[in-house]
Design a protein around this ligand. Structure first.
Ligand SMILES: *Cc1c(COP(=O)(O)O)cnc(C)c1O
Length: 483
């Protein structure tokens, strides 16, 4: 125990904490490759973590790091494991922990530029680089967010302001005589429905447009749904298309949908949280650059750009539209817009905001853009490899084509319960973490490669394990008369 007279560290302690941090990072790097994905959670340790009171007099830096190494790291999920293959979640790039420390040191408040001059320009730089990938014009803009859900929330909120057709700021949804309707596909992410709920649009006013055999929104059915709503006296205002559905990586037919939005005067938002950044890949560029036709795009640097959580981003075609939706004038936040620096409080719901753009900017500086292109190409190639192995294996089948880095597959002779048990055993034995998937009511397994550490050998190992073990879970014994 020690009594401290200040909340600062003295120079010796800064050196000691720095050394302990470096040691921790190096130990972690050594641990990751062979480590299980999910921890064997030590419930006693976690219960103590919950119940032990905070010390009144504090501990030493040594003791603090000891506690982290003994209790916290062993009870953490190894997201960076090369066999963490569930969801869309990857490891942070190597410089990120250092940059997070610097961001905490500077503690810039990215609400208005007086409190964050260089940070404001860095955020603007990251946003304009991202916008440039889709050919967005000079007067485009956006904001760094906590993730894709928040980016889409801000986009749909902006669409309400822009398309409601009355003074939305003053009257809000209270002024509605006819319900506003939002369209998205039946394969879109739950985040969109959640955003519509939060914004008061209401789930009943979210139309889930059916998809084609490739899990892409059907523009003909979008068109007829819009017409039906108009006939019934409702008011369409926004379409959310997916650039990379979370299940299969399907990219909706953006051009056709954009044509409809143009004709009908609707806001087109793209949920590109998973897939939009694959525009960096040569082979996906043509398909994804059509996102540039949208009014706004949500994307997630904490997925395809390997930024540590949290870093999402909304980019909007017309920065002024976003600003009009979020600017609130007040006497104590008097910040005129500078031609160089941006007051980000006027572009989203937050006032105090951290410097999330920094870790994204710094990694692009250190590694260069080509390193991210290469990492993305590698994950795409590994997913394609996975797909080829499944196709070559008679006991398995692909449930959907491999569009990006998600692979949905199943064992022909396993039913829902069999797949569930097989997955549970895979996870329980610490082989890998994969997720379940259900497409058109058929259950299977979903792998998603979002990790620059994953190798072909990891995929071979997981598939061999699954093949061998699946035999023990066969539940659909075929009775075709041949046996
Ligand atoms: C991850 C994801 C989201 C949600 O984004 P968060 O960053 O988790 O908030 C939304 N849509 C899709 C397609 C996603 O993959």
């Amino acid at each position: 125990m020690m009594r401290r007279s200040t909340l600062n560290l003295d120079p010796d302690e800064i050196g000691q904490a720095g050394q302990l941090l470096t040691d921790l990072l190096q130990d972690y790097e050594r641990l990751v490759p062979g480590h299980g994905v999910l921890p064997r959670v030590d419930r006693t340790a976690l219960t103590a973590l919950l119940n032990d009171p905070f010390p009144e007099q504090g501990t030493s830096i040594d003791q603090l790091f000891g506690y982290i190494n003994d209790k916290i790291i062993p009870n953490s999920t190894t997201i960076a494991s090369p066999r963490f293959l569930a969801y869309v979640l990857g490891p942070p790039n190597g410089i990120a922990p250092f940059m997070e420390a610097i961001a905490a040191t500077l503690n810039q408040n990215c609400n208005f530029s007086q409190l964050s001059p260089s940070a404001s320009v860095i955020e603007r730089k990251v946003i304009s680089w991202l916008g440039g990938l889709f050919g967005y014009p000079e007067d485009s803009g956006g904001i760094i967010t906590s993730g894709g859900s928040m980016a889409s929330l801000i986009a749909i909120s902006t669409a309400l302001h822009d398309k409601a057709g009355f003074d939305f700021r003053r009257q809000g949804l209270q002024a509605l005589k006819r319900p506003l309707v939002l369209y998205t596909s039946s394969e879109s992410h739950k985040a969109i429905e959640k955003d519509a709920t939060i914004l008061g649009v209401g789930v009943d006013n979210v139309r889930k447009i059916p998809v084609d055999a490739q899990y892409r929104m059907r523009p003909d059915l979008l068109k007829s749904a819009i017409e039906e709503d108009k006939r019934a006296g409702r008011q369409p205002f926004c379409v959310v298309a997916s650039a990379g559905t979370v299940n299969t990586g399907a990219v909706d037919p953006i051009n056709d949908i954009a044509d409809i939005c143009d004709q009908e005067g609707l806001w087109l938002h793209i949920d590109g949280a998973y897939g939009a950044l694959f525009v960096l890949s040569e082979s996906k560029r043509d398909m994804l650059s059509t996102c540039g036709r949208a009014d706004s795009i949500a994307l997630d640097p904490h997925k395809a750009l390997f930024a540590p959580l949290e870093a999402g981003c909304l980019i909007v075609r017309r920065r002024e539209t976003l600003r009009q939706a979020f600017t609130i004038y007040s006497s104590y936040l008097n910040a005129d817009e500078d031609p160089l620096m941006v007051n980000y409080m006027d572009y989203g719901p937050q006032l105090s905001r951290g410097f999330k753009a920094f870790k994204v900017w710094a990694s692009l500086q250190l590694f260069g853009t080509q390193a991210f292109v290469d990492a993305i190409e590698r994950t795409l190639a590994l997913a394609a490899y996975w797909g080829e192995l499944v196709k070559a294996e008679p006991s398995m089948e692909l449930m959907a084509s491999v569009n990006l880095t998600a692979v949905c597959f199943r064992f022909k002779d396993l039913d829902e319960e069999g797949h569930k048990q097989l997955l549970a055993k895979l996870i329980d034995e610490g082989v890998a973490l994969l997720g379940p998937v259900s497409l058109n009511g058929v259950t299977g397994i979903r792998a998603c490669i979002t990790n620059y550490r994953t190798e072909k050998s990891d995929i071979d190992l997981v598939l061999d394990w699954l093949k061998t073990q699946s035999r023990f879970f066969v539940t659909n014994i075929k009775t075709n008369g041949s046996t």
